[in-house]
Design a protein around this ligand. Structure first.
Ligand SMILES: Cc1cc2nc3c(=O)[nH]c(=O)nc-3n(C[C@H](O)[C@H](O)[C@H](O)COP(=O)(O)OP(=O)(O)OC[C@H]3O[C@@H](n4cnc5c(N)ncnc54)[C@H](O)[C@@H]3O)c2cc1C
Length: 481
């Protein structure tokens, strides 16, 4: 089966009828019509349609070696530096559609699964590991253009250093192994887009300490006993003018409860093997491939922020002020740094024994860890530049009343009437201040892990031997040399 269309995606998700809980009720109706989900499902469907767009298709698909069908480029295992560049361009085409605001556009999880499929050697000859099943899961997903959510993290009830000594009562764990498969019971968080994807990929938390918590599997989202519990929706009821971003890109985050879920053996690629779980995460291709996807998307998001910042500057005519230029320049510096780091990762890519080309990990770690600090600062810059403009944002309906023409007049900016000026500030507000905008900041801070621990990983894994050698040369010099 070749790449799907947006309509195919919608139909598939509606027919799954996964167990999704929202505002105290289980959603029984069509999920693609539900107010909390219809915006993001429509946007996701548009992404699938982009793969079929005659103008873009060449850059969004490749031909499957096994079936000869056209399949999504996000499933491509790169075999050359050109492949890496093609992957970046595909990621950025999709990211442009949402301004990079859909962290879980399908290329994110497709990349995760592709990275696992490119890391099968990590599982070979390991106890309770089945690389051939992982390959089958990947090939199935690739050929059917399946969508995924994932959940890796344990519930946040005890994060002390010695928490592993406590009796575990909440984390999803293997409670039984029988002829049919594993029985999983407990909870995991978070699953962004939980309930609106074909499958859910479930994996142990990094640093797992207990064999019953070491597993890796993928199951359909409607598997019996899997429940997605949603937070409130940040997609407000209102026009696209009023909520230009949240009405379209609110992805939803859910807690996932596994209620004695039977995971059939053919869907399990790892269980009861702490070492393999750690290795697949840390020593396979998960980190470099996934970071490459993330940083490529974040570049587009930064371009959007820069555009908004400069539009505010022009609209209220504040470009003469030195601090204003410095603040916009801060975004420019971040953007150029991100672009350079991604290109460096491609330029310095290595090849493994199976011919897979792997982007260099360190520049990508730096890009993504840096963005965890840059993004909140960029949001702050928009607020500082926008000032009261971030609050003078009457809803669209006000412009259709007898006071509409007054509003257009008093809220005007440089060469724009009030309605157009408010449209810009509503965009800035939805990006950085609405509940959707604040979630974007939290997302960029945390979704790939705690920034503090990520910086520690950079410290621990960075090869500073050249620096050490250089210092050595200076230290070995005698005073008279
Ligand atoms: C919007 C959003 C979407 C997400 N989507 C997904 C998803 O789709 N799938 C998924 O699997 N996960 C998802 N996550 C979860 C994400 O991976 C975690 O937020 C991240 O790994 C941090 O874990 P935590 O939230 O449990 O924070 P915690 O680990 O509980 O940290 C809380 C605080 O304690 C500090 N702390 C805790 N332990 C340590 C330690 N050992 N050393 C130093 N400091 C420590 C942290 O620095 C932090 O300040 C999402 C998160 C967010 C916010």
């Amino acid at each position: 089966m070749p790449i799907i269309t947006g309509e195919d995606y919608k139909k598939r998700i509606d027919s799954l009828k996964s167990e999704v809980w929202f505002a105290g009720n289980q959603i029984e109706s069509k999920i693609s019509a539900h107010p909390a989900f219809r915006g993001v499902i429509k946007s996701q469907a548009e992404l699938y349609d982009l793969q079929n767009d005659p103008g873009l298709k060449k850059e969004m698909v490749f031909v499957s070696e096994t079936t000869g069908s056209e399949i999504g480029l996000s499933y491509l295992i790169p075999k050359s530096k050109e492949d890496l560049a093609k992957r970046r361009e595909m990621i950025q085409h999709w990211a442009r559609h949402s301004g990079g605001l859909m962290g879980r556009s399908p290329d994110y999880m497709n990349t995760v699964l592709t990275s696992f499929a490119a890391s099968l050697s990590v599982l070979e000859e390991e106890e309770n590991c089945y690389p051939e099943r992982l390959l089958k899961i990947y090939e199935d997903a690739r050929e059917k253009d399946l969508s995924f959510t994932h959940t890796f993290v344990n519930p946040q009830n005890n994060r002390s250093k010695l928490s592993f000594l406590e009796q575990d009562i909440t984390n999803a764990r293997i409670v039984d192994r029988n002829e049919e498969g594993l029985i999983i019971h407990g909870a995991k968080l978070l699953a962004t887009q939980g309930g609106i994807t074909d499958e859910i990929l479930v994996f142990s938390s990094p640093g797992v300490q207990d064999s019953a918590h070491s597993y890796g599997f993928s199951i359909p989202s409607n598997t019996k006993g899997v429940k997605f519990i949603c937070r409130e929706s940040f997609a407000q009821a209102g026009s696209v003018y009023d909520y230009p971003l949240s009405s379209r890109f609110e992805e939803m985050d859910s807690i996932v409860i596994f209620d004695r879920v039977l995971v059939p053996w053919d869907r399990v690629f790892l269980h009861d093997n702490i070492r393999a779980a750690t290795n697949l995460y840390a020593n396979g291709k998960f980190i470099p491939f996934t970071l490459h996807q993330i940083a490529s998307r974040q570049i587009i998001k930064t371009e959007l922020l820069l555009g908004i910042a400069q539009k505010i500057v022009d609209t209220i005519n504040i470009s003469d002020y030195q601090h204003v230029k410095s603040k916009v320049a801060e975004i420019v510096k971040g953007l150029e740094t991100m672009k350079a780091l991604v290109l460096k990762s491609e330029y310095e890519a290595g090849v493994d024994s199976s011919g897979v080309v792997i982007p260099q990990k360190q520049p990508l770690y730096v890009a993504v860890n840096q963005f965890q600090e840059l993004y909140p600062r960029f949001a702050e810059i928009i607020q500082i530049l926008g000032a009261s403009g971030m609050m003078t944002i009457p809803a669209e309906e006000n412009f259709n009343t007898p006071i509409g023409s007054q509003l257009k007049h008093v809220l005007q900016g440089v060469e724009v009437d009030g309605k157009n000026r408010v449209a810009l500030f509503r965009l800035a507000w939805d990006m950085t201040m609405s509940s959707f905008g604040s979630r974007q900041t939290l997302y960029e801070r945390f979704f790939f892990g705690d920034p503090i621990r990520l910086s520690q990983t950079i410290y621990q894994t960075y090869d500073d031997s050249d620096s050490q050698k250089l210092v050595g040369r200076f230290l070995s010099k005698k005073a008279d040399q």
